[in-house]
Design a protein around this ligand. Structure first.
Ligand code: NZQ
Ligand code: ZN
Length: 391
């Protein structure tokens, strides 16, 4: 196990009706003027935004509204928010929505404390020293941004979808998590969220660092819980207990609990980000396409953890041949995404029958370097082969 430092200051307030506490939580975490960030309208239709506004008013907090954040959020909305903030002068950002909304709020949080272009942070041109506090009312369990120090934004000019990871600055101050708020989710979004949270665990599980039993067992336990609960949820989307379990799983899948003390991978995420940047697909669905392809590519080259995943989580019996078991694991995960989650598992099923693989691969390595380090170092030839396996 490697040395680590873990800073996770988020106050999680979980359960039915907890969104009623949002005004008090903003006050408790130092807000005096709040910029509320939200998406394309689901929170308007559900009445959640009106409830949040009423609670802010009750708490005596002036607020402004920045709506219209799109899935796979873009830089132009951040610039719009920065402009609005110059007028309104908020000291707190409240994200009401999912990963896209939270990530936009986080981009504003660093952008508002910087004289230059916020995008500098996403391409490593500058290092953020300060951020405005962010609070969250979560409406979809998926990206895990409510507990992570990450933000992912797409530059509309260059089509680069880049992530910023600043756990010391960007973990939210609080996250309100009411599973009932997720009842209005389309089943496809529920399933894509489950695929994303599973990928967050797998990116941490696929590690060459030895002797991290705690991380392995946490990851395996979470995967088993997610897979068991997902079956119930896909059969009955109104099952509150299933929604509650899935919601909390999404958070701990991505708040680093199961990656502490070891090298992580993240290459499948980097490969997926190129797909959602170019074709605007749902991130979790893109991962259901890429992850099994990556496992199949890695199976003969570094089978150990893949076979272990199969033995302990996916019901693959130990044949004594790690490579064969790793291939069986890749196939089992792909079948599970397809049969249980009804996710696409090929580019064609994703709605991208003829992807421009050359373009995505070139962009990927421009952003991530010639060889992407991780569970298996991947050069451009390797990532191209993985993309082709996903066709
Ligand atoms: O925009 P609205 O109208 O709100 O609709 C959203 C959106 O269309 C809808 N939705 C959300 N809650 C709903 C709802 N519809 C009905 N009822 C509800 N309760 O769902 C759609 C997707 O929302 P989005 O916020 O995009 O989903 P998600 O949480 O999956 O976020 C995806 C983004 O997060 C990034 C992804 O790349 C993608 O851009 N990620 C962020 C990470 C992080 N910050 O730590 C890590 C992840 O790996 C990921 O890369
Ligand atoms: Zn993800």
């Amino acid at each position: 196990m490697n040395n680590f430092s873990f800073y996770s200051p988020t106050e999680f307030v979980f359960g039915k009706g907890t969104e009623g506490q949002v005004g008090d939580l903003c006050l408790k975490h130092g807000a005096s003027r709040v910029m509320v960030v939200y998406g394309g309208g689901s929170v308007v239709r559900s009445g959640l935004l009106a409830k949040v506004e009423a609670k802010l008013t009750e708490a005596g907090l002036p607020y402004c509204l920045l709506g219209g954040v799109v899935p796979n959020p873009v830089d132009t909305k951040v610039y719009e928010g920065l402009e609005m903030a110059r007028e309104f002068q908020p000291d707190f950002l409240l994200a009401v929505g999912g990963g896209s909304v939270i990530d936009t709020a986080k981009a504003l949080a660093v952008g508002l404390c910087y004289d230059g272009d916020f995008w500098d942070f996403y391409i490593g041109k500058a290092k953020a020293q300060k951020a405005m506090p962010v609070g969250v009312v979560l409406t979809i369990p998926a990206a895990g941004s409510e507990g992570s120090g990450n933000s992912v934004i797409t530059n509309t000019t260059t089509k680069v979808k880049a992530g910023l990871r600043l756990p010391m600055l960007l973990r939210p101050k609080f996250a309100v998590m009411d599973p009932e708020l997720t009842m209005t989710l389309p089943l496809y979004q529920t399933a894509a969220g489950i695929s994303d949270m599973m990928a967050h665990i797998l990116e941490r599980y696929l590690s060459n660092t030895p002797d991290v039993q705690i991380g392995d067992r946490l990851a395996e336990g979470m995967l088993l819980a997610i897979m068991e609960t997902a079956r119930k949820l896909m059969a009955d989307p109104s099952d509150y207990q299933a929604r509650a379990n899935i919601m909390w799983c999404a958070t701990i899948a991505h708040n680093d609990t199961c990656s502490l003390g070891r090298q992580e991978d993240w290459n499948s995420h980097a490969m997926e980000h190129e797909i959602s940047a170019e074709y605007d697909v749902t991130h979790g669905a893109g991962l259901a396409v890429i992850f099994p392809a990556f496992l199949a590519y890695a199976a003969p080259k570094n089978p150990g953890k893949i076979a272990q995943l199969g033995h302990r989580v996916l019901g693959i019996s130990d044949s004594g041949d790690a490579v064969a078991d790793a291939f069986a694991t890749a196939a089992a995960l792909k079948a599970w995404f397809k049969d249980v989650l009804k996710m696409p598992v090929t580019f064609a099923e994703l709605g991208v029958p003829s992807p421009d693989l050359e373009l995505m691969n070139a962009r990927l390595h421009r952003l991530k370097g010639e060889v992407m380090q991780g569970y298996l170092p991947l050069d451009a030839a390797a990532t191209m082969e993985i993309y082709k396996l996903a066709l």
